[in-house]
Write a protein that binds this ligand. Structure first.
Ligand code: UN1
Length: 513
């Protein structure tokens, strides 16, 4: 199937050959290794990108450092005003950008639109936040002393985003960083460079109209490991916000940690839903299917495991398989499609290897696990989503497979379900389907889910931007997006002011010179 998006590419300023470095409004002519971007839906070449070199990167860092000196002194609500305008501009481009996300990455158009909506929502959130960068005031133990804490901008925030959310994750970080008075260097996944270029074209108009100095919002399209390592080790970057696999995240955490920089790590998940005897099974089915096959199982919040009570297990299994048998799989931009392609053939190979491993460890594959071929599937990136009955301790089950592979596990008492639920290295998102208050409250309690996100009668994926997003254990512990996640993008300073004519020491220490 051919779907022409040349009109949208033009609207978004994507040419056949694109440069990979932008410092706000200026694009730099880049000469690094060329990356070709293919659509996983039809295998067509969309466009190419000349990547940034190490020299380009150094230039961007210098520009960002200069820009920070200016940007940090712009009052926060005025910084928020720029973010407000970015939100308005994004509204104008929601459809073409949503289409490009869908075409380049492979998520269905509805999810592409949803992703741009997340960008718009976080802009609105950040505008409000720009007037609420609150610190506390404390009462000093000393007479005529005043204490408070305040938040200052941090500097350059390095944002490394993954292929699966090519635009929203940048926005969560960059829009909050911007109102916090930071400047941003964005290093997107090389699988989705075009989405990042399109975003920079959109924000460039706002930055230009408002005479924002070059270096506040920067893009460095560079996929090489060497440049990545340099970026993580760079002392000029006080905070690195990294979204990606646990394996790479551990390395990033190490490199940034060695120089005692700060990180926000948003790594793998192994998200489960517990389905209890009191669950509304119809609702649970819909949540499980969206969670497991949405974005073709490539969200870090995708549902990987369902832990189902004995009494409803067989019924649930039958109904789930019946839905899987009819899932429309196809071109991400075809509106009938519910399951698009995996991002590339490498992801397909990983999926197939995982299926083999499930079988080798004794799992019972109920459905799926095949690569589709023939008309409409020429790109080789389409697979049939799989369900397998497994035991939680299998090595493959303990691992995150970034594909539509759902594990079914049985339980008989809730304590056992929670134990199984928590018995994985990751701790991102979790859910329980139950109408029984004692069960749902237990799941949310200290002895319940150990994840950063715990939901009741909602699936594991599709979090709203208003909450803090992130997870525990090998998910990395970072929090992005809403709630008070903004604090990670600023440095806290405690101030004590003496307005007496004495110099009393804290703790009542006498020290007379
Ligand atoms: C991710 O997969 O890295 O909660 C982010 C969700 C989306 C974000 C996922 N709002 O599924």
């Amino acid at each position: 199937m051919k779907i022409d998006i040349s009109k949208e590419l033009k609207q978004l300023g994507i040419s056949e050959v694109n440069n990979g470095v932008c410092t706000g409004t200026e694009w730099k002519t880049t000469s690094g290794a060329v990356v070709e971007s293919f659509s996983p839906s039809d295998g067509e070449l969309i466009a190419t990108v000349n990547q940034a070199t190490a020299a380009d990167y150094h230039e961007v860092v210098e520009k960002a450092k200069d820009a920070f000196k200016v940007w940090r002194m712009v009052p926060a609500p005025k910084r928020g005003e720029i973010v407000r305008q970015i939100g308005l501009e994004l509204r104008k481009y929601k459809e073409p950008l949503g289409k490009l996300v869908s075409y380049e990455m492979g998520k269905i158009y509805q999810e592409g639109l949803g992703e741009v909506q997340e960008m718009i929502d976080i802009c609105d959130f950040a505008v409000g936040q720009s007037r609420q960068l609150y610190g506390f005031t404390m009462h000093s133990e000393r007479e005529k002393h005043r204490m408070y804490d305040q938040y200052h901008p941090l500097g350059i925030v390095g944002v490394v985003s993954a292929f699966n959310f090519p635009v929203a994750v940048w926005a969560w970080n960059a829009m909050i960083a911007m109102v916090a008075g930071d400047v941003v260097i964005w290093k997107p996944s090389s699988k989705v460079f075009l989405c990042a270029i399109a975003v920079h074209n959109i924000v460039a108009r706002v930055l230009k109209e408002n005479d924002i100095p070059e270096g506040v919002l920067n893009l460095v399209a560079a996929g090489s490991r060497e440049l990545g390592d340099e970026f993580f080790s760079d002392k000029n970057i006080p905070l690195v916000s990294f979204t990606g696999s646990t394996k790479i995240g551990k390395k990033v955490g190490g490199l940034v940690g060695q120089r005692l920089g700060k990180t926000i790590l948003e790594l793998g998940g192994n998200n489960a839903i517990i389905i209890t005897p009191d669950a509304d099974l119809e609702m649970a089915l819909r949540a499980v299917v969206f969670g497991a096959v949405g974005t073709c199982g490539q969200r870090c919040t995708s549902t990987r495991r369902i832990i189902v009570h004995d009494s409803v297990y067989d019924d649930f299994k039958k109904r789930l398989i019946a839905i899987y048998e009819q899932l429309p799989i196809g071109h991400a931009l075809d509106e009938k499609t519910l399951v698009g392609p995996l991002v590339d053939r490498w992801a397909v190979d990983t999926y197939l290897a995982a299926i083999e491993k499930v079988k080798a460890e004794g799992g019972n594959l109920l459905i799926g696990g095949e690569v589709l071929s023939g008309e409409g599937y020429e790109s080789g990136c389409f697979v049939t989503p799989a369900i397998a009955e497994v035991e939680n301790h299998y090595e493959i089950v303990q691992d995150e497979t970034f594909a539509p592979l759902l594990y079914m596990i049985r339980y008989s008492v809730l304590e056992e379900a929670i134990r199984i639920h928590n018995d994985v290295p990751q701790g991102l998102s979790s859910a329980i389907f139950s109408t029984h208050m004692l069960e749902t409250e237990k799941f949310l309690s200290h002895e319940g889910s150990d994840c950063g996100i715990a939901n009741v009668n909602i699936g594991t994926s599709g979090a709203e931007i208003g909450g803090a997003f992130g997870g525990e254990k090998e998910t990395g512990g970072g929090r992005e997006s809403g709630s008070d996640a903004w604090k990670a993008y600023m440095r806290r300073q405690t101030n004590t002011i003496n307005y007496s004519t004495e110099l009393p020491l804290a703790q009542g220490i006498e020290f007379n010179v």
